[in-house]
Write a protein of this length. Structure first.
Lengths: 231, 525, 335
């Protein structure tokens, strides 16, 4: 279980307060207006910003102040997930050994992950020779080999067209079922979550306003949510 | 049939070729003019072994100067990228900008004050009973002066590149638990490598055509450059055929270098338009912290004492602030502003040309500007333009033009990548909306180009401020710039007043750079 | 800020275009070198004095130095706008004569106060000086008494000289060595070489290095101490008298063949040799006047050394041999 217990994150012009829990193996969709504090929450979870108070615990282990690499999480950014001078295969391999000195068995694991995201034949390509969707698949493959139980995805498919976006979300969902990850994925289009996510976490004004089943959040009469959805 | 008025790329196709012609044509005309004045090329100039020795020696000193400048510059840039909050970081960065623009004679005196026969180092050695002597004169002096001039420039260019690493890459490195060596290998090295071919070519060429420094600190006539031989041929005996040939040889060498750069250099793969203060993945390492402290301390130790020797001018600083000085300052600032505008305009036009035309050709022309021997160019252009206009009238535009050419390679490098990114992201959009050039520039390119354009303009202005003006060679009107005033003072025994003028020039550039740094920080906030 | 710059740029441009507009008074265009007209040179005072008596406008065009002046003239040829050229030197006189760009000056050479006879028909001297090694008498004890002593004493003073390819005194020193040693000059250079700290681009670098203590002696003029006496009130800088004699620098002027202001130009040459002009040479250019003014020389010149013998190679020889002499020097000093 992930428990975020009253953490506070301070920026010069923004303060975030977060308090929520998610059961292990949950697929959670994070939604809310832009500038509402979604990315700040991700940065706190991944360790790029340290909270000034509160605790974050995953499966009983407190990781509030752990180094980014020591956390239970792996994160996917909107963009710039791949190092441009490394091939797709090398970018995946970074997740196993950042100095890129891998044994043949480890290379096999990287290849297998690429295969799993449907890029088995693209291993030797540089990121610039891949499409936007393919690049994000490579990043997902790297998250797979890192085998962290908590997967954080910050609007990873925002730049993709709707068909491809649905396809990528479905890929994440199937990997989540297969490996039992806990996933938090922020989505630009809340309706993409229906039929895929177990929970929907609504963040606005720097805090979690609602944490419930997607259908219920989307049907909520709370003014903030109505305004967000344009109802 | 496809109507010719329909364009599939954004318009103003004439812009790039026009700028390229504006750069290449004067070079060809100048060389042709010189050959005409001399009625041909004098091939016998190559027969004397001295010319071969000079080419070999200038190649050697330029190569070593370049390698040293790049290695030390890269180490310093890495240290500065990792240490973002040490006391006086801004002042230090502004000092880095100051060395680049000092007139060469000031650099000679500054280096001599520290490392010379009666410099600070020898005095210290004498105090402990070691005779220092004049070890400076020869390769050591040339290398020290060239590294002093160019290493800070390399450090600034490298730092700029390192600071533009996407923040995500450092977050990723932190997440993957990369050790400092891996951060260097995967994040920093590719960035440094991307800048190196262009930077190396520029520094090499600057050292290769270096003149007063090489003669003053070189110690012997063989420690010279082709530029000295060209000057000799033009001035000493008005042997234009010889000058034309030597200029031609120098241009060929520049051309070869340019070709190497153009084939080696790739555009930065990704870039962030907005510079953020990025949290680097390797900031915490204790070993690195010590290493960086050492590097920064050594750089301060190397750069600050010669600069501090300029403080000799303090007692006369206020006595040199005369009406003549104000006049010279105004002239210098106007020329610098014109040169900044011309440089950025040329670089922008060339970069637009490169979007739709032969990229290598545009890049080559932008760099080639540095290989043109200034004295030969002025003489050749003068010979050709003489019937059309008076030198009094031609002087100022020629100063601006030649200064702009010197800054062009730097400006082009700064502008090309962001313009290509703007085009990739929004070029199609601009086309589909039928945007005119002006609104495309304002709405699409300006947001990404504002900072690089300002950087390029500042650099061009600073280079122009420090330029002695080869134009003075022939008499280019009554324009007295600050460096020219400095030379007049030196030529009239006024060493103290010259020290005051040098200090004034350095202070001017220092605060100029400091202001630019502050603006940048304010913008990033 | 930017708009203000643009406005002032436009103003400068218009001023400078305006200055080219023809005026009622005749204009005399004088080509010279920049330090003559610079803030510290005598140019401005000369202009005012001449304009006061000639009812004309004197217009200077300044090139970098004597060498650039000659190069510019050669490029312009008969299309030159110069009426008078002021500031060539004796080393360039051969070339100037060969260019055929000057007309005879008609000045009687006997009226000049030069240490040698000057018979060039087209170029007339306006000032002159002896080359000399300058030293700081508070620092240097065993001052060489001759060029040969300087050259042969392996433990002698360290010197800084100018590169003869880029500097007039540098070329002067090369000719001095040639005058004294003749065919043995190459060996003399080899002997002297270890004590030459460096060959600088110009006089300024060399003199600056000397003042900063980099060398014990520097090639300059016997008149250099006068500057330190007159302006800085310092007596320690001295010129070393050499028994073989000192090489001369003679600065020259001439009237161009193509001038449209022949009378005015000749009048300027006469003015140039008058007291009004000549009196400004000793402490304006720090050179001896070509015709000593009635008031004599300033007091700062009283203690200057007076060489017994002046050396000068014939201009035609210099023109013919310059390249060969420089090549020989390059070979002798190369390491």
């Amino acid at each position: 279980m992930l428990r975020v217990d009253k953490i506070e994150v301070n920026y010069p012009d923004f303060v975030g307060h977060y308090d929520f829990t998610l059961a292990r193996g949950t697929m959670a969709a994070l939604v809310g207006p832009s500038g509402g504090g979604k990315t700040t929450l991700f940065h706190a979870l991944a360790g790029f910003e340290l909270p000034t108070s509160g605790t974050m615990v995953f499966d009983g282990i407190d990781f509030t102040y752990a180094a980014p690499a020591e956390r239970p999480s792996a994160m996917l950014f909107q963009d710039h997930n791949l190092l441009p001078h490394l091939t797709a295969r090398q970018n995946v391999a970074l997740g196993i050994e950042p100095n890129l000195r891998l044994s043949p068995e480890q290379w096999a694991i990287a290849d297998e992950a690429l295969h799993r995201v449907g890029l088995g034949a693209f291993g030797e390509r540089l990121p610039q020779a891949l499409s936007g969707g393919q690049r994000q698949r490579v990043a997902i493959a790297r998250a797979l080999v890192r085998a962290k139980p908590l997967l954080l995805l910050d609007e990873p498919f925002g730049a993709l067209d709707p068909g491809l976006r649905k396809e990528m979300i479905a890929l994440v969902a199937s990997l989540q079922r297969e490996r039992g990850f806990t996933v938090i994925m922020s989505l630009h289009t809340p309706h993409d979550a229906i039929g895929v996510a177990d929970r929907m976490v609504f963040v606005a004004d720097g805090s979690v306003q609602m944490n419930d089943a997607p259908e219920r959040v989307l049907a909520s009469d709370a003014p903030m949510i109505r305004q967000f959805l344009g109802r | 049939m496809r109507p010719s008025s329909v364009s599939t790329s954004n318009g103003q196709k004439w812009l790039g070729p026009l700028a390229a012609a504006a750069i290449a044509l004067p070079a060809i005309v100048a060389l042709g003019g010189l050959a005409m004045a001399g009625e041909g090329f004098d091939w016998s100039a190559l027969a004397h072994p001295h010319i071969r020795r000079v080419i070999i020696f200038s190649g050697l000193q330029a190569f070593v100067s370049t390698v040293l400048s790049l290695i030390v510059g890269a180490a310093l840039a890495l240290a500065l990228a990792r240490r973002r909050d040490f006391l006086g970081r801004h002042l230090f960065l502004a000092l880095l900008a100051t060395t680049t623009v000092l007139p060469s004679i000031v650099v000679v005196f500054a280096i001599v004050a520290i490392y010379g026969r009666s410099g600070v180092v020898n005095e210290a050695l004498a105090a402990i009973g070691i005779e220092g002597g004049s070890w400076l004169y020869g390769l050591p002096g040339i290398l020290i002066a060239h590294v002093f001039l160019n290493m800070p420039f390399a450090a600034r260019v490298y730092l700029h590149a390192l600071d533009h690493t996407p923040a995500e890459h450092h977050r990723l490195a932190a997440e993957l638990g990369m050790r400092p060596a891996a951060v260097f290998r995967h994040l920093d090295w590719p960035r440094l490598k991307g800048e190196t071919p262009g930077l190396a070519a520029l520094i090499f060429l600057l050292c290769f055509i270096s003149f007063a420094i090489v003669l003053a600190l070189g110690g012997g006539p063989d420690r010279a450059t082709l530029e000295v031989a060209i000057y000799d041929a033009l001035r000493g005996e008005g042997d234009f055929a010889r000058a034309a040939l030597l200029a031609f040889v120098q241009i060929i060498i520049g051309l070869v270098l340019t070709l190497i750069v153009v084939t080696q250099q790739r555009r930065p793969d990704e870039d962030h338009g907005l510079q953020q203060t990025i949290a680097r993945a390797d900031q915490g390492s204790l070993t690195l912290r010590r290493f960086d402290a050492c590097i920064i301390a050594l750089a301060i130790l190397f750069l600050v004492p010669p600069l501090a020797s300029l403080l000799d001018g303090v007692p006369v600083l206020f006595t040199v602030l005369s009406a003549d000085m104000a006049q010279a300052l105004t002239t210098s600032l106007i020329l610098a502003a014109c040169s900044a505008v011309l440089t950025t305009a040329l670089a922008y036009a060339m970069a637009r040309g490169a979007l739709h035309g032969p990229r290598a050709l545009y890049g080559g022309i932008a760099y080639l500007a540095l290989a043109m021997p200034p004295f030969a160019m002025v003489a050749g252009l003068y010979f050709v333009l003489r019937p059309l206009a008076d030198m009094m009238t031609l002087g100022p535009p020629l100063i601006v033009f030649i200064n702009a050419l010197m800054a062009l390679p730097f400006a082009y490098r700064l502008i090309e990548a962001p313009l290509a990114i703007a085009e990739e992201r929004h070029g199609k959009l601009a086309l589909s909306l039928g945007m005119k050039a002006a609104s495309r520039f304002r709405l699409i390119e300006w947001p990404l180009l504002a900072r690089p354009l300002k950087n390029a303009a500042a650099l061009a202005a600073a280079l122009s401020l420090g330029d002695f003006g080869v134009i003075a060679f022939f008499g280019g009107g009554d324009l007295i710039t600050l460096p020219l005033m400095l030379y007049q003072q030196l030529g009239a025994y006024r060493m103290e007043e010259a020290a005051g003028t040098a200090l004034f020039l350095a202070i001017l550039v220092f605060f100029f750079a400091l202001g630019a740094l502050k603006d940048r920080d304010d913008a990033a906030r | 800020m930017l708009s203000r710059l643009v406005v002032s740029a436009a103003l400068t441009l218009s001023l400078w275009a305006g200055s080219a507009v023809a005026q009622d008074k005749p204009t005399l265009t004088v080509y010279t070198y920049s330090s003559f007209v610079g803030k510290y040179g005598p140019g401005n005072a000369v202009k005012q004095a001449f304009e006061a008596e000639c009812q004309c406008t004197l217009n200077y065009v300044a090139a970098d130095d004597a060498g650039s002046l000659m190069a510019r003239l050669k490029l312009e040829g008969t299309a030159t706008k110069a009426d008078v050229v002021l500031g060539l030197d004796a080393n360039l006189a051969g070339e100037a004569a060969a260019s055929g760009l000057f007309v005879p000056h008609g000045v009687d050479p006997k009226t000049l106060s030069l240490p040698i006879a000057w018979n060039d028909p087209v170029l007339v001297p306006f000032d002159w000086g002896y080359l000399a090694f300058i030293y700081d008498s508070t620092k240097l004890q065993n001052v060489p008494k001759s060029l040969k002593e300087l050259v042969s004493n392996a433990n002698g003073p360290k010197i800084v000289v100018q590169d003869p390819r880029t500097s007039a005194p540098g070329l002067g020193f090369l000719l001095w060595m040639t005058s004294v040693y003749g065919d043995g000059a190459a060996d003399a250079w080899k002997q002297l070489r270890p004590r030459i700290i460096t060959f600088t681009k110009g006089w300024s670098e060399a003199y600056g290095l000397f003042l900063k203590g980099e060398a014990d002696m520097v090639v300059s003029y016997t008149t250099s101490p006068a500057y330190h006496i007159a302006i800085e009130k310092k007596n320690q800088y001295k010129a070393a008298p050499f028994s073989e004699g000192h090489y001369l620098t003679i600065e020259l002027a001439g009237v161009t063949k193509t001038t449209q202001q022949k009378d005015l130009a000749n009048r300027f040459i006469q003015f140039m040799l008058s007291d009004a002009f000549q009196a400004k040479m000793p402490e304006g250019n720090f050179m001896y006047p070509a015709r000593t003014p009635k008031a004599g020389l300033p007091t700062s010149y009283a203690d200057l050394i007076k060489p017994d013998k002046a050396l000068l190679m014939p201009p035609a020889d210099i023109m013919q041999r310059r390249r060969a002499l420089i090549d020989a020097w390059l070979d002798a000093t190369a390491r």
